[in-house]
Design a protein around this ligand. Structure first.
Ligand SMILES: N[C@@H](CCC(=O)N[C@@H](CS)C(=O)NCC(=O)O)C(=O)O
Length: 218
Protein backbone atom coordinates (compact mmCIF):
# COMPACT_ATOMS: atom_id res chain seq x y z
CA UNK A 1 0.00 0.00 0.00
CA UNK A 2 1.41 3.48 -0.80
CA UNK A 3 2.35 5.66 2.11
CA UNK A 4 -0.29 7.96 3.58
CA UNK A 5 0.64 11.62 3.72
CA UNK A 6 -1.56 13.98 5.72
CA UNK A 7 -1.26 17.63 4.80
CA UNK A 8 -2.19 19.87 7.72
CA UNK A 9 -1.76 23.49 8.84
CA UNK A 10 -0.56 24.91 12.17
CA UNK A 11 -1.40 22.55 15.01
CA UNK A 12 -2.28 25.50 17.22
CA UNK A 13 -5.08 26.72 14.98
CA UNK A 14 -6.11 24.09 12.46
CA UNK A 15 -9.13 22.40 13.98
CA UNK A 16 -10.02 20.53 10.80
CA UNK A 17 -6.49 19.14 10.58
CA UNK A 18 -6.69 17.79 14.13
CA UNK A 19 -9.56 15.45 13.23
CA UNK A 20 -7.85 13.02 10.81
CA UNK A 21 -4.52 13.40 12.59
CA UNK A 22 -6.14 12.30 15.85
CA UNK A 23 -7.96 9.35 14.24
CA UNK A 24 -4.80 8.13 12.47
CA UNK A 25 -2.77 8.46 15.66
CA UNK A 26 -5.36 6.83 17.93
CA UNK A 27 -5.68 3.93 15.48
CA UNK A 28 -1.91 3.48 15.23
CA UNK A 29 -1.95 3.91 11.45
CA UNK A 30 1.47 5.02 10.15
CA UNK A 31 1.48 8.24 8.13
CA UNK A 32 3.75 11.11 7.19
CA UNK A 33 2.67 14.66 7.80
CA UNK A 34 3.36 17.78 5.84
CA UNK A 35 2.56 21.23 7.11
CA UNK A 36 1.49 24.19 5.01
CA UNK A 37 1.50 27.20 7.30
CA UNK A 38 -1.36 29.63 7.86
CA UNK A 39 -0.48 33.29 7.80
CA UNK A 40 2.26 32.78 5.20
CA UNK A 41 1.69 34.71 1.96
CA UNK A 42 2.27 31.55 -0.07
CA UNK A 43 -0.31 29.44 1.89
CA UNK A 44 -2.97 29.66 -0.82
CA UNK A 45 -0.56 28.92 -3.64
CA UNK A 46 1.08 26.02 -1.78
CA UNK A 47 -2.14 24.31 -0.77
CA UNK A 48 -3.66 24.74 -4.24
CA UNK A 49 -0.69 22.87 -5.69
CA UNK A 50 -1.76 19.94 -3.49
CA UNK A 51 -5.56 20.25 -3.58
CA UNK A 52 -7.67 22.46 -5.83
CA UNK A 53 -10.06 23.05 -2.92
CA UNK A 54 -7.28 25.12 -1.35
CA UNK A 55 -7.93 23.96 2.21
CA UNK A 56 -6.41 21.66 4.77
CA UNK A 57 -6.50 18.83 5.67
CA UNK A 58 -5.66 16.79 2.59
CA UNK A 59 -4.76 13.11 2.52
CA UNK A 60 -2.44 11.90 -0.23
CA UNK A 61 -2.47 8.19 -0.95
CA UNK A 62 -0.46 7.30 -4.01
CA UNK A 63 -2.07 9.28 -6.81
CA UNK A 64 -5.24 9.83 -4.85
CA UNK A 65 -5.91 13.24 -3.33
CA UNK A 66 -8.66 13.32 -0.69
CA UNK A 67 -9.72 16.63 0.78
CA UNK A 68 -12.23 17.44 3.49
CA UNK A 69 -11.73 16.05 6.99
CA UNK A 70 -14.82 13.84 7.02
CA UNK A 71 -14.12 12.42 3.55
CA UNK A 72 -10.60 11.58 4.75
CA UNK A 73 -11.94 9.86 7.87
CA UNK A 74 -14.42 7.87 5.80
CA UNK A 75 -11.68 6.81 3.41
CA UNK A 76 -9.51 5.66 6.31
CA UNK A 77 -12.42 3.64 7.71
CA UNK A 78 -12.79 1.99 4.30
CA UNK A 79 -9.14 1.09 3.77
CA UNK A 80 -8.57 -0.01 7.37
CA UNK A 81 -11.76 -1.96 8.15
CA UNK A 82 -10.05 -3.80 11.01
CA UNK A 83 -9.52 -0.54 12.90
CA UNK A 84 -13.28 -0.03 13.36
CA UNK A 85 -13.02 3.72 12.97
CA UNK A 86 -16.82 3.79 12.78
CA UNK A 87 -18.64 1.82 15.51
CA UNK A 88 -19.41 -1.80 14.64
CA UNK A 89 -23.16 -1.94 15.23
CA UNK A 90 -25.40 -0.52 12.53
CA UNK A 91 -27.41 1.64 14.95
CA UNK A 92 -24.32 3.05 16.66
CA UNK A 93 -22.71 3.69 13.27
CA UNK A 94 -25.76 5.55 11.98
CA UNK A 95 -25.79 7.72 15.10
CA UNK A 96 -22.02 8.30 14.91
CA UNK A 97 -22.47 9.43 11.32
CA UNK A 98 -25.34 11.71 12.31
CA UNK A 99 -23.39 13.47 15.06
CA UNK A 100 -20.31 13.68 12.85
CA UNK A 101 -22.28 15.30 10.06
CA UNK A 102 -23.98 17.58 12.56
CA UNK A 103 -20.65 19.07 13.64
CA UNK A 104 -19.34 19.07 10.09
CA UNK A 105 -22.14 21.25 8.80
CA UNK A 106 -23.16 23.12 11.93
CA UNK A 107 -22.29 24.95 15.11
CA UNK A 108 -20.94 27.89 13.14
CA UNK A 109 -21.84 30.42 15.87
CA UNK A 110 -19.69 28.61 18.40
CA UNK A 111 -16.94 28.03 15.87
CA UNK A 112 -16.67 31.66 14.88
CA UNK A 113 -16.88 32.97 18.47
CA UNK A 114 -14.18 30.56 19.64
CA UNK A 115 -11.63 29.68 16.95
CA UNK A 116 -9.36 26.83 18.01
CA UNK A 117 -6.24 28.26 19.62
CA UNK A 118 -4.59 25.75 21.93
CA UNK A 119 -2.06 28.29 23.14
CA UNK A 120 -4.69 30.74 24.38
CA UNK A 121 -4.65 31.16 28.19
CA UNK A 122 -7.99 29.77 29.37
CA UNK A 123 -10.32 32.76 29.58
CA UNK A 124 -14.04 33.47 29.15
CA UNK A 125 -15.23 35.12 25.96
CA UNK A 126 -18.59 36.85 25.48
CA UNK A 127 -20.87 34.43 23.67
CA UNK A 128 -24.07 35.07 21.73
CA UNK A 129 -27.27 33.16 22.56
CA UNK A 130 -26.77 31.21 19.35
CA UNK A 131 -23.26 30.14 20.38
CA UNK A 132 -24.56 29.13 23.83
CA UNK A 133 -27.30 27.11 22.13
CA UNK A 134 -24.57 25.30 20.15
CA UNK A 135 -22.83 24.42 23.42
CA UNK A 136 -26.05 23.03 24.91
CA UNK A 137 -26.76 20.95 21.83
CA UNK A 138 -23.24 19.51 21.84
CA UNK A 139 -23.49 18.59 25.52
CA UNK A 140 -26.86 16.92 24.91
CA UNK A 141 -25.60 14.85 22.01
CA UNK A 142 -22.45 13.79 23.87
CA UNK A 143 -24.69 12.72 26.78
CA UNK A 144 -27.08 10.76 24.55
CA UNK A 145 -24.31 8.97 22.69
CA UNK A 146 -22.48 8.02 25.84
CA UNK A 147 -25.63 6.87 27.63
CA UNK A 148 -26.89 4.81 24.73
CA UNK A 149 -23.70 3.49 23.19
CA UNK A 150 -20.72 4.51 25.27
CA UNK A 151 -21.12 2.39 28.39
CA UNK A 152 -17.99 0.50 29.27
CA UNK A 153 -15.75 2.89 27.32
CA UNK A 154 -14.35 6.37 27.60
CA UNK A 155 -15.65 7.77 24.36
CA UNK A 156 -18.95 8.63 22.64
CA UNK A 157 -19.43 5.09 21.37
CA UNK A 158 -17.25 3.31 23.93
CA UNK A 159 -14.15 2.78 21.86
CA UNK A 160 -12.58 5.83 20.17
CA UNK A 161 -14.27 6.48 16.83
CA UNK A 162 -14.48 9.03 14.05
CA UNK A 163 -17.20 10.82 16.04
CA UNK A 164 -14.67 11.54 18.81
CA UNK A 165 -12.12 12.78 16.27
CA UNK A 166 -14.77 15.14 14.88
CA UNK A 167 -15.45 16.62 18.33
CA UNK A 168 -11.84 16.82 19.57
CA UNK A 169 -11.46 20.46 18.41
CA UNK A 170 -14.66 21.34 20.31
CA UNK A 171 -13.17 19.84 23.46
CA UNK A 172 -10.19 22.12 23.04
CA UNK A 173 -12.44 25.17 22.49
CA UNK A 174 -14.52 24.41 25.59
CA UNK A 175 -11.28 24.38 27.56
CA UNK A 176 -9.53 27.43 26.19
CA UNK A 177 -12.63 29.62 26.32
CA UNK A 178 -13.55 28.39 29.85
CA UNK A 179 -17.01 27.41 28.67
CA UNK A 180 -19.01 26.16 31.65
CA UNK A 181 -20.24 22.63 31.01
CA UNK A 182 -21.77 19.84 33.09
CA UNK A 183 -19.76 17.26 35.00
CA UNK A 184 -20.40 14.48 32.50
CA UNK A 185 -19.16 16.73 29.66
CA UNK A 186 -16.04 17.54 31.65
CA UNK A 187 -15.42 13.84 32.16
CA UNK A 188 -15.70 13.17 28.45
CA UNK A 189 -13.42 16.12 27.71
CA UNK A 190 -10.82 14.75 30.12
CA UNK A 191 -11.01 11.38 28.35
CA UNK A 192 -10.09 13.12 25.09
CA UNK A 193 -7.44 15.46 26.46
CA UNK A 194 -5.71 12.69 28.39
CA UNK A 195 -5.08 10.59 25.27
CA UNK A 196 -1.48 10.48 24.17
CA UNK A 197 -2.62 11.58 20.70
CA UNK A 198 -4.24 14.80 21.96
CA UNK A 199 -1.35 15.54 24.28
CA UNK A 200 1.18 15.09 21.50
CA UNK A 201 -0.75 17.37 19.15
CA UNK A 202 -1.10 19.97 21.90
CA UNK A 203 2.59 19.86 22.89
CA UNK A 204 3.55 20.35 19.25
CA UNK A 205 1.01 23.17 18.91
CA UNK A 206 2.41 24.94 21.95
CA UNK A 207 5.89 24.64 20.49
CA UNK A 208 4.91 26.51 17.32
CA UNK A 209 6.26 30.05 17.20
CA UNK A 210 3.84 31.37 14.55
CA UNK A 211 1.04 33.77 15.48
CA UNK A 212 -1.90 34.28 13.13
CA UNK A 213 -3.58 37.51 14.36
CA UNK A 214 -6.97 36.81 12.71
CA UNK A 215 -7.30 33.57 14.69
CA UNK A 216 -6.57 35.22 18.05
CA UNK A 217 -9.65 36.15 20.11
CA UNK A 218 -9.06 38.08 23.32
N1 LIG B 1 -14.85 21.13 5.12
C1 LIG B 1 -13.42 21.22 5.14
C2 LIG B 1 -13.02 22.56 5.72
C3 LIG B 1 -11.54 22.74 5.77
C4 LIG B 1 -11.15 24.13 6.21
O1 LIG B 1 -11.94 25.07 6.23
N2 LIG B 1 -9.89 24.26 6.53
C5 LIG B 1 -9.35 25.54 6.92
C6 LIG B 1 -8.32 25.37 8.05
S1 LIG B 1 -8.72 24.52 9.48
C7 LIG B 1 -8.52 26.11 5.80
O2 LIG B 1 -7.85 25.40 5.08
N3 LIG B 1 -8.54 27.42 5.66
C8 LIG B 1 -7.71 28.07 4.72
C9 LIG B 1 -8.36 29.19 4.02
O3 LIG B 1 -9.55 29.41 4.27
O4 LIG B 1 -7.68 29.82 3.21
C10 LIG B 1 -12.85 20.04 5.93
O5 LIG B 1 -13.58 19.48 6.75
O6 LIG B 1 -11.70 19.65 5.72
Amino acid sequence: MPKLVLVIANKNYSSWSLRPWMALTMAGIPFDEKMVRFGEPQFGQEIRKISPAGRVPVLLHGKLVIWDSLAILDYLAEIFPGKNLWPKSKAARATARSVSNEIHSGFSDLRSACPMNLRRPSKVVKMSDAANADVSRIEALWRDCRKTYGKGGKFLFGKFSIADAMYAPIVSRFETYSIPVAKDSREYMANITSTRAFQTWKAEALGEPWIVPEDEVD
